[in-house]
Design a protein around this ligand. Structure first.
Ligand code: RNT
Ligand code: ZN
Length: 409
């Protein structure tokens, strides 16, 4: 028996005293996919026009020299990062990460062909694929209005983009035999004082109706819409707010909501919202990011809110209904290490949640034994969770420590 396994045996025994089966948690870990976004590797530059720079109220800051310079380097760096993430993974792409075969292909003209190399990549690396239309970093989005623009020509362009992205996502789902989540996020909004907050929302709903008109089998692709509180330069009004998408999805029942952990008021938590969706049997998507002051995209670490989110999903037994994906971009540190670290943090938090003695705590709660509920949930924090994590990494041939040295070498 190796050292890691020996330590794991001790952890297993201790968890066993709380009624938690660590072996079961480990096998569940191998079944719960985390969708890892590709864009940490190159600050969301993409392959369409890498020189262009970001627009749409998002920004990547920092000048660490690790940014991928071309497609080959991008794929190489991504592969290196993914190797450090144990267990079942998906890869989340954006429409700007296309193969254009040497000539410019605009957003309203992309087809599955432009993404077939990613399907090959996914098959080779045993990954699922998720997708994101790119409604930003484009001339037709520079005034910060896309699907809700007053200009019908602009709306038409972006509606076509949205429709084509659904086809690409469906293609991913069919090819890989697992659902691909197609996540729509638009920047639309105003920097300043807004008089008519209604018309843009009416236009957005109309555009969404058109995009979603064709029925696509949810076994292959599900559309999600991501809300936001505000963006840089869009501080006063966001058309696609949380309430807007929540109501749209509930009424139309043709899409789900994506909650990004960095897109809410600083004292609001995503963990406290999850059960209000699950209670109605809805699916949802999460963008796991880390808000710091105005910025919502720091590299994810295992903080209290991340644990709380995963505990919620575990307690509702809803890992099959909540699509968990990452979303952060930090250019100030090594991007490959950043990519791996954030995804590992998400997995750690999931494992932490799976190891919670939920039955025990629930029993106390049901019996009104609130002091034991509190005391034992505090004791839980001291259980040897790290030893189970190490075992999980080892089982998947991924280093549990020292991995960053390999990347920085
Ligand atoms: C932006 C949203 C969105 C993007 C990605 C690149 O605020 O979080 O999810 O980060 O689509
Ligand atoms: Zn996001």
């Amino acid at each position: 028996m190796g050292k890691t396994e020996e330590r794991y045996k001790i952890a297993k025994e201790i968890y066993g005293e709380y009624g938690v089966d660590t072996d079961k948690a480990l096998s569940q870990m191998n079944e719960i996919p985390v969708s890892i976004h590709c864009w940490q590797i190159d600050d969301l530059s993409g392959f369409e026009n890498p020189e262009r720079g970001l627009s749409g109220g998002i920004q990547a800051t920092g000048s660490d020299p690790s940014k991928a310079k071309n497609k080959e380097e991008f794929v190489q760096n991504l592969t290196q990062a993914l190797k450090m993430v144990p267990g079942k993974n998906k890869l989340a792409l954006h429409a700007i990460y296309l193969e254009n075969f040497g000539r410019f292909v605009d957003r309203d003209a992309i087809t599955p062909e432009n993404f077939s190399f990613w399907v090959d990549y996914a098959k080779e690396n045993s990954l699922g694929l998720d997708f994101n239309p790119t409604y930003f970093s484009h001339d037709k989005a520079d005034d910060n209005f896309t699907l809700s623009s007053y200009d019908p020509e602009i709306r038409k362009f972006w509606i076509e983009h949205g429709k084509r992205c659904r086809k690409i996502s469906e293609y991913f789902g069919r090819e890989l035999g697992q659902t691909s989540v197609n996540n729509h996020w638009i920047p639309d909004g105003y920097k300043d004082y807004t008089v008519d907050k209604l018309t843009h929302r009416e236009l957005l709903a109309e555009s969404m109706d058109q995009i979603l008109k064709e029925k696509i089998d949810w076994r292959y692709s599900i559309d999600s819409f991501e809300s936001k509180l505000f963006g840089l330069g869009l501080e006063s009004y966001t058309v696609g707010s949380h309430e807007f998408y929540t109501n749209y999805a509930a009424i139309r029942n043709n899409c789900i909501v994506c909650m990004d952990m960095g897109h809410f008021h600083p004292t609001e938590t995503v963990s406290s919202k999850i059960s209000s969706y699950l209670v109605f049997g809805r699916q949802m998507q999460l963008h796991v990011s880390r808000p710091v002051r105005w910025d919502s995209d720091h590299v994810v670490i295992v903080d209290d809110e991340l644990k709380e989110v995963m505990l919620e999903i575990k307690r509702q037994n809803a890992f099959d209904r909540v699509h968990i994906g990452t979303d952060y971009f930090d250019g100030s540190i090594n991007r490959i290490a950043a990519q791996a670290l954030g995804a590992r943090s998400v997995k750690k938090a999931i494992l932490y949640a799976l190891l919670e003695p939920t039955d025990l705590l629930e029993r106390y709660e049901e019996n009104g034994d609130l002091v034991r509920r509190l005391v034992y949930s505090e004791e839980e924090k001291m259980l040897p969770f790290g030893l189970v994590w190490d075992q999980f990494c080892e089982m998947n041939n991924v280093p549990f420590s020292g991995w960053v040295e390999k990347i920085l070498k």
